[in-house]
Design a protein around this ligand. Structure first.
Ligand SMILES: *Cc1c(COP(=O)(O)O)cnc(C)c1O
Length: 378
């Protein structure tokens, strides 16, 4: 029950075990193309979509470096560990980073983004996290993107931990470069990332003058996707077993139906929130901005976070996370994604937390937290 990587079904794991395939040739081109088309459905995009070898951070770096010149200004709202990381990556790519700080557990607001554009008309792109996994905040992305577009900025979104688990229609919302990974809401093994690229982004990429390496330059990827499309559609070797598993996971997701997954996530979040609240753990994020994927709560008085995390792991076999960065030692984070969105996982977690509290002298009747789940869909 960590916020990712996520448990992988047997079916998808078996897909990793097929004999190695060549990353070129007619059969591969067909299979790889089919995988991309399924991913496009999940992204809600008709734009180009590339599957790249490497973690989400790599694809985010490719997005920023490919579309922007060295010295260009980008706006990166800081709302937690992952958004601050985006600022570090941008600076590493020679971009001039403008940021504003959002207090822990609060969302990035469209008004704050508009203010930053007013003060810094030189901003060329907005780089923003959708689901800030370190706090469990789901930013109001549609509104944020609309603001950035109204200032003519390119929009780069880190949807690493959200895409597939919450609605994120890339084209309808006008996102230029959107990045996710195989191993979070797509529920497949780590190793590949996915990036969609709008025509506007392509224009900037094609016009860019700064040298940006070769492998991470999306221009290179476009060249192979175009000129070698019928036999070798990527610049270099691809992890074909990972892509086989990704294909299987995407098929399962589309079979289930996106709306069904989204609803299951909302129900899981509600159950975890209500149960933990019933046990006296205050929520970090107000309901309106709480992510349906990760729930963060403060610790209740007298409870040491690392003791609770260790107890859950050792005594109940349940892995949850503490805080990272500034929130280290202050919060508990529960990922209710993949198999862990199922009600039996959530009930096991709540009963184990109850047990921990009893062992620490609290008067908690067994099942006290489960009463709070009455009426919550499972
Ligand atoms: C997990 C995560 C990342 C990092 O992804 P990698 O694949 O490890 O690079 C980036 N952003 C968010 C919001 C995440 O949850």
């Amino acid at each position: 029950m960590i916020p990712g990587p996520v448990d992988i079904t047997e079916d998808v794991r078996q897909a990793m075990a097929v004999p190695a395939m060549p990353h070129y040739g007619t059969e591969w081109v067909r299979f790889f193309g089919e995988t991309r088309e399924m991913a496009k459905q999940v992204f809600g995009t008709l734009n180009d979509l590339y599957v790249m070898c490497g973690p989400g951070t790599m694809a985010l770096e490719a997005a920023m470096a490919s579309a922007l010149e060295i010295g260009d200004t980008v706006l990166v709202p800081y709302s937690g560990f992952f958004s601050e990381r985006l600022g570090v990556v941008a600076a590493g790519d020679g971009l001039n980073v403008v940021h504003f700080d959002v207090p822990a557990g609060q969302p990035v607001l469209p008004e704050q983004v508009a203010d930053a554009f007013e003060v810094h008309p030189e901003i060329k792109a907005l780089v923003v996290v959708h689901h800030e996994t370190s706090t469990g905040v789901l930013n109001p992305l549609e509104e944020i993107v609309a603001v950035a577009r109204s200032y003519g900025a390119l929009v780069i979104v880190d949807a690493v931990s959200s895409l597939g688990g919450v609605p994120l229609p890339v084209d309808a919302w006008g996102i230029d470069l959107c990045v996710t990974v195989a191993n979070k809401m797509l529920e497949t093994p780590p190793g590949v990332s996915l990036i969609s690229i709008s025509p506007r982004a392509w224009q900037m990429i094609e016009q860019r003058q700064s040298p940006r390496g070769w492998y991470l330059d999306l221009k290179t990827w476009r060249w192979y996707a175009t000129h070698w499309s019928d036999w070798h559609p990527t610049p270099a070797t691809m992890p074909t077993s990972n892509i086989n598993a990704l294909n299987r996971g995407l098929a399962l997701l589309l079979d289930d139906g996106l709306e069904v997954r989204y609803a299951a996530q909302r129900a899981a979040a509600q159950a975890v929130r209500r149960g933990l609240q019933a046990l006296g753990f205050p929520m970090l994020v107000e309901e309106k901005y709480a992510s349906p994927l990760t729930t963060a709560c403060y610790l209740r008085a007298g409870v040491a976070g690392d003791a609770l995390v260790a107890y859950l792991a050792d005594r109940a076999g349940i892995l949850v996370s503490g805080g990272i960065g500034d929130l280290s030692g202050k919060i508990l984070r529960v990922g209710h994604i993949g198999a862990a969105r199922k009600r039996d996982y959530i009930v096991a977690l709540l009963l184990a937390v109850e047990e921990f509290l009893r062992e620490h002298g609290e008067d908690v009747p067994p099942g006290a937290s489960l009463v709070a789940l009455d009426g919550v869909e499972s």
